[in-house]
Design a protein around this ligand. Structure first.
Ligand code: OGA
Ligand code: NI
Length: 370
């Protein structure tokens, strides 16, 4: 049974089903509802020659390799020693300002823990389609949700992706199967909660704010959401995407993948592929951090491409505010209100805007810009 947040004491902390009910105009083509993995698994020998037309997107040619342009790599070991902390904080703040994306090493999460989580995620997607469909829901904010394509309530083109989405905080709500998923994900999410907290401290300091600023004003008792993405091999991968261009609605996202590349980041108008680096995480600035910094740091658009040979799995864990938090620029960064570039907005309202956008991109953030 899926836990319904209306049946516990946290109704105000986790979005309820009715709050974000998807609209009846929501497509679906029942034939694709069980996911792209199932679509492929039910094709003889898993050999699909042609991409079904619903998945074909109008896409310009893929970027060519840019060997000398790479997202920054930050060594978090520097944060733990007083003498090296300033330079690590500067590296993070410069990465946030120029890219909105960076990779981290020496982050304190053991490789064994990362691969155990990756394995549990893979086992979830390997469950029978009947088992996974127990978590299927039209409600984009359902506490545990298996789905396919994009996570919006509005009509859109199909994307070559299945996903599992659930909460780590304020309540760890997870699927019951595979049997060890609950325990592994709980520990992983607790560790990533701490890691994001450490990054929030460094980011606060880099902005010239007290180290606890982002925790205290934005995410301290907020939502932690995990999105595990599964991108099976795709026939005609140049015509499809796994995940459309979007920015993340929370504050800080920490992502790992299974070694198969596909993430691309928009930088100076071009899509830059992010190469896989074993044992690292990719960190990115979300919309709430863009608002808090009054636009000094941007939540950068990113997307996932697909390939014809290998299954790509990624696990994104985001920390954001709770639903009743007002997201607004920090006073110290908005010249006492005069230079405020974003309208103070309740996070629940912001999510509603973001989840009902068809095109993804950054339309929700534009809607609250002044
Ligand atoms: C996401 C995301 C990218 C990826 O889940 O928000 O951006 O590489 N994922 O799968
Ligand atoms: Ni994302």
């Amino acid at each position: 049974m899926i836990m319904n947040p209306n049946q516990n004491d946290h109704t105000t902390l986790i979005p309820s089903a009715s709050e974000f009910k998807s609209e009846s105009e929501c497509e679906d083509d029942n034939k694709y509802q069980k996911g792209v993995k199932h679509l492929l698994d039910s094709t003889p020998e898993r050999k699909m020659k042609k991409l079904p037309r619903e998945f074909v997107l109008p896409l310009p040619p893929r970027p060519t390799a840019t060997a000398d342009l790479d997202i920054p790599l930050v060594d978090l070991a520097g944060l733990t020693q007083p003498h090296s902390r300033i330079s690590a904080v500067e590296a993070i703040s410069s990465a946030c300002a120029t890219w909105g994306f960076f990779r981290i090493v020496n982050h304190g999460i053991e490789v064994g823990m990362m691969s155990e989580m990756m394995k549990a995620v893979e086992e979830f997607f390997d469950l029978s389609v009947e088992e996974k469909m127990k978590y299927a829901s039209d409600d984009v904010m359902s506490p545990v949700r298996f789905g396919t394509s994009l996570n919006t309530s509005k009509k859109h083109s199909r994307h070559w992706r299945d996903f599992l989405r659930h909460y780590g905080h304020p309540l760890h709500i997870s699927p019951q199967n595979p049997p060890n998923y609950r325990i592994v994900s709980k520990e992983y999410l607790e560790r990533l909660w701490e890691l994001a907290g450490g990054l929030a401290g460094a980011i606060s300091e880099g902005l010239g704010l007290p180290a606890g600023y982002i925790e205290d004003t934005l995410i301290g008792d907020g939502l932690q959401i995990i999105a595990a993405n599964y991108y099976p091999p795709c026939p005609e991968p140049d015509k499809a995407l796994g995940l459309a261009a979007h920015s993340d609605h929370g504050a800080i996202t920490i992502l790992m993948d299974n070694g198969v590349e596909g993430l691309e980041v928009k930088h100076d108008g071009a899509w830059i592929p992010v190469p896989h680096a074993p044992g690292t995480f990719v960190v990115n600035v979300g919309d709430c951090l863009e608002v808090l910094t009054n636009g000094k740091y941007r939540s950068v658009e990113h997307r996932a491409t697909v390939n014809a040979e290998r299954t790509r799995i990624s696990v994104a864990v985001a920390r954001g505010p709770n639903l009743s938090t007002w997201i607004r620029p920090a006073e110290a960064l908005a010249e006492c209100g005069a230079g405020c570039r974003y309208r103070p907005t309740l996070y629940s309202e912001y999510l509603r805007l973001q989840q009902s956008s068809t095109t993804r991109g950054k339309t929700a953030l534009h809607a609250i810009s002044m």
